[in-house]
Design a protein around this ligand. Sequence first.
Ligand code: PAF
Length: 293
Amino acid sequence: MPTLAATIVEVRAAVAAAVQDARGRGVAEPRVALVPTMGALHDGHLALVARAQDVADVVVVSVFVNPLQFSETEDLDRYPRDLDADLDTLAGVDREGRASIVFAPTASEMYPDGKTQTKISAGDVGNRFEGRSRAGHFDGVLVVVDKLLNIVQPHAVLFGQKDAQQVFVVSRMVRDLNIPVTVEVVETVREDDGLALSSRNRFLDERERLAARVLSRTLEAAESAAVSGIDAVIAAAQSAGMGEPLVQLEYFSVVNPATFRPVDDNYRGRAIVLVAARVGATRLIDNESIYLG
Ligand code: PAF
């Protein structure tokens, strides 16, 4: 069973004890990895934990639904929470010789004054794509990630490629602020039919679940057309994405991974195709890396 820490003092003590233990077992310089999550753990999170276990001797999984990253129109209370189930899930993937610690603080432990007076801005990228419909979302993500990094002080922090824009803004914060941590990015885990795993998938009813396949189909079509250039990608994605009455496209874009800005017509090289859609009442996102010829 993982060690459960609810406070900052407890998690720091648990990490220090686990590092000491690892030294006792002959690991000269034990490494610590952090997997930040909002709980409702699924196989996508477990892929992060597995990678963390590969790169570190002590793995800390934080489970914290961060109020700062929810906009006023989003329902913070509707976000799925089940710490006992998350602990069971993590107990099932504990690896011998790898200490696992779950840090599950309350909102008042993380934000004793309600919210931080100090802000971190994700810059103009933070207002595009996901940030457009979720004002302040990425600023809130950066504050909590920075706090978690300061609390746990890991060597590595792991994120899923499914949240490509989050990966971009966090990696830039780490670089901009010289935070001494390696950002490890783990590939998106998908259902057999292509749907990217997400804590929100549980809100889809049967018909919506089937309709949601259109997101990965759109990305596959874009990827197949990539050798022929951006116009072909857009045309292929449009025809793959048509005709699903339950799906309302929010955005589709092809961005330069170095800037997270849409590529222009002459761009050649690696790019990321982004898609976001509402399937019934549930908002889903997905992305795929392509090589534009
Ligand atoms: O990706 C998430 O679940 C959250 O944005 C994160 C990184 C745990 C910060 O709250």
